[in-house]
Write a new protein. Structure first.
Length: 144
């Protein structure tokens, strides 16, 4: 068993991504050659150099929003509550909750229940009372 542990330790290797190639560097026996890390180069320097490159690449690129973060057109009933014609789902939920709290529409005994006014009844399929977990599902049909 001890023999196996020693041989595993002697053969352990670190992997470094360099120029879109995977380079294998054995920590006990550094090798030099084409595409490999030359002798005498500190492994920490190589890892730090590759990580800095990826950090700058990711900070310069801006992705367009996708999924629930992408603005979508909403129905006229939803526009009456949120105030805009195009909005991401996440922002719509935030604005609906702000509307609920601003107009004091939570049940005083159970804050998880929303007491709907006329605007919210149009969004929530005419229900008088809605649970807070139902809100996300009930607003889905209003995104066109």
């Amino acid at each position: 068993m001890a023999m196996n542990m020693m041989s595993v330790g002697a053969l352990s290797a670190s992997f470094v991504l360099r120029s879109a190639k995977m380079v294998v560097f054995n920590s006990r026996f550094p090798v030099s050659g084409v595409g490999l890390i030359p002798r005498g180069v500190n492994m920490c320097t190589v890892v730090a150099a590759t990580s800095k490159k990826t950090e700058t690449e990711t900070t310069t690129k801006k992705r367009e929003p996708r999924g629930i973060m992408k603005p979508r057109p909403v129905s006229p009933e939803m526009q009456a509550v949120v105030g805009v014609s195009e909005i991401p789902r996440t922002q719509a939920l935030k604005l609906i909750w702000a509307y609920i709290k601003e107009n004091n529409l939570q049940d005083p005994e159970n804050k998880k229940i929303i007491i709907c006014d006329e605007k919210l009844k149009k969004i929530f399929k005419g229900n008088e009372r809605v649970g807070f977990l139902e809100v996300a599902g009930l607003i889905s049909p209003h995104f066109l």
